[in-house]
Ligand binder design. Structure first.
Ligand code: ATP
Ligand code: MG
Length: 582
């Protein structure tokens, strides 16, 4: 492709809203253009990348025996009522929904469990038709709270979603294991460095899931990993051993302590320098929204040891809540009779449900809020001064924690979620009556799995992982072009002829070439653009064209330039492309 024929426009400045490099570089190189928050035009170069990613996804799914189909993006409310997810998604605010001219409520699909379950229940009658795994590559719509990072978190984005249907739990586990391998293959072929982690299943539900995380400092997800045991889990879900709390030297009666202005652990530690953090129990109040209560406000108080943080995802799952938010000042005052910062387990209003993180178990002689402004209780004992509340794991794993299985220490790293696979069990098939008749003509519900890949996010995370100060560095399998052919001076006969020959020969061999033959652009600017665009193989046709000599380099090692023969360069390019599976 001659570059002069492309709409090739680059920007000198990063867009003001670009918080991560992939966003800034893709925008500057004209790969994406913002239309509104979280909504982008994919330019021709970007579209070539996305099609490459899609094709890898397709090949790996097809090889594994999955079948591609395409479902409507627009979905009727009734289906979402059947699965019981309408309210949750509307409450969450994620669902784009509207009425058609007849007044029927519809949504733009954020995901397709309802539609696929409907499709399959109508198509499948007998166990003989199972197992089946279907997938599509399609635009998804989500009204994200914070659309950002360019293609990483869009309101409209491209997803591959697959759904498996099986006759039994064991068969579902087999389909799931097969898809896990498909995912490993896809991300490896895309040239990404990634880690599969145990994950929370969120609003999709089901009985177990894993996410595929691209290793990146700028990732939105925290991951707990243990090098010794290989444990890896999203922080939303991760567990660790809770260390023992410090014990008091003697048992003292509970008493009130004046704590003027001390609303935080730090302030309290300053007042009680002898008190270990593990004997300080905080009580945090939450406003909890449940599906069946509408707008009614429920308040839950959660106790937690001072050295641990509360994990709102675990709390929300435990309560089976639609949403869990920190209580407002008014709710706190109504629950405690005090200003914010003095909540505690003793003397809370009756309407407040009290829970505690596992870390409070066995803590003796602790300090806790007094439910009275500027007051705390000290030397409090469960059993003696109050009952130990209902406890569960509501804690967030921290760096340095010990792993639960085996012997090892947890580190916290960051990642970008590019894929998520779920064992759904019978959640949707039961709710939506997706049944089949088994070998004995008995009706059974199907066992489902679902599997997502953020196609546009994969492309963005490849750049998050592979870039330098000058621009993007595309992995060869998904690069917009394989070869960037830079012609130093257009219109010089020997250069024109050699560049044309290299272009035509490589293209004929299935190696796609972007040929920068712009006339009024100087070589320095051409190199700058080539650095920005990040095509992996670079061949420069210049002064030595008459001797069929070119300059060879790779974008990933751009300082390393070699003068070689044109035929050698073409042979190398073909070989690299072949090896990459492009
Ligand atoms: P996240 O936790 O990042 O919001 P999710 O868990 O809601 O994602 P899934 O429902 O599991 O996402 O969707 C499957 C895949 O689609 C994700 O693994 C991710 O790669 C991609 N994806 C999800 N939301 C977006 C978005 N707003 N923009 C781009 N890609 C997305
Ligand atoms: Mg997910």
């Amino acid at each position: 492709m001659r570059l002069s024929r492309l709409l090739f426009v680059t920007l000198r400045e990063d867009p003001a809203d670009a918080e991560v490099r992939s966003h800034a570089l893709m925008a500057r190189a004209g790969f994406i253009q913002k239309l509104a928050a979280g909504i982008y035009v994919y330019g021709p170069m970007m579209w070539r990348v996305l099609r490459r990613v899609e094709n890898i996804v397709r090949e790996e799914h097809d090889t594994a025996g999955c079948h591609e189909l395409l479902m409507p993006a627009m979905q009727p409310r009734e289906l979402w009522e059947e699965s019981g997810r309408w309210d949750r998604y509307v409450q969450d605010g994620i669902l784009f929904n509207f009425r058609d001219r007849k007044g029927s409520q519809m949504c733009l699909g954020p995901t397709h469990e309802e539609v696929i379950t409907t499709y399959v229940r109508r198509q499948v009658q007998s166990y003989k038709q199972l197992p089946i795994t279907l997938y599509q590559i399609q635009t998804k719509f989500r009204d994200e709270i914070r659309p950002r990072f360019g293609l990483m978190r869009g309101k409209e984005f491209i997803m591959k979603d697959a759904y498996s249907f099986d006759v039994s739990e064991e068969a579902m586990a087999e389909s799931y294991a097969m898809m896990r391998q498909v995912y490993r293959n896809v991300f490896t072929r895309c040239g990404l460095r990634f880690t599969p982690v145990e994950a929370d299943s969120g609003a999709i539900g089901g009985c177990g899931s894993e996410e595929f995380m691209v290793d990146a400092e700028t990732g939105e997800d925290g991951i707990a990993v243990c090098r010794e045991t290989g444990y890896a889990a999203n922080l939303e879900k991760a567990v660790s051993v809770i260390s023992a709390a410090a014990e008091p030297s003697e048992e003292v009666a509970m008493h009130k302590e004046p704590t003027p202005g001390a609303k935080t652990c730090e302030a309290l530690l300053a007042l009680f320098p002898e008190l270990p953090l593990t004997r300080l129990l905080k009580t945090v109040l939450y406003k909890v929204t449940y599906a069946d209560e509408g707008e009614k406000e429920s308040v839950v108080a959660v106790m937690c040891r001072g050295d641990r943080e509360i994990n709102e995802i675990k709390l929300s799952n435990y309560l089976n809540a639609l949403a869990v938010d920190l209580a407002t000042e008014d709710l706190v005052k109504a629950a405690t009779g005090a200003d914010v910062g003095y909540a505690g387990p003793i003397g809370l209003a009756d309407h407040v449900r009290l829970l505690a993180d596992d870390s409070v178990k066995g803590v003796k002689g602790f300090l806790c809020g007094g439910n009275e402004t500027d007051t705390h209780y000290l030397d409090v004992y469960f059993g003696r001064d109050l009952d130990q509340p209902e406890t569960a794991d509501f804690g967030t794993v921290q760096a340095g924690d010990r792993v639960v299985d085996g012997d090892g220490e947890i580190e916290i790293t960051r990642g970008i979620e590019v894929g998520h696979i779920f064992q759904l069990g019978t959640k949707y098939s039961e709710a939506m009556q997706a049944t089949f008749s088994d070998e004995n003509q008995k009706m059974q519900v199907m066992w489902m799995g679902c599997y997502g890949i953020g196609v546009s996010r994969v492309a963005a995370s490849a750049i998050e992982q592979n870039h330098d100060d000058s621009g993007m560095i595309w992995p060869l399998p998904i690069a917009p072009y394989a070869v960037h052919l830079v012609q130093m001076k257009s219109g010089k006969e020997d250069q024109d002829a050699l560049a044309q020959e290299i272009h035509d020969t490589l293209e004929a061999a299935g190696v796609d070439v972007l040929w920068d033959e712009r006339k009024k652009v100087n070589p320095g600017a051409k190199f700058k653009d080539a650095d920005l665009v990040g095509i992996p193989i670079r061949i420069v046709v210049g002064r030595d064209a008459a001797e069929r000599k070119v300059e060879w380099s790779l974008r990933s090692d751009i300082g390393n330039k070699e003068a070689i023969g044109a035929d050698e360069a073409m042979a190398r390019a073909k070989q690299l492309v072949q090896e990459s599976g492009r």
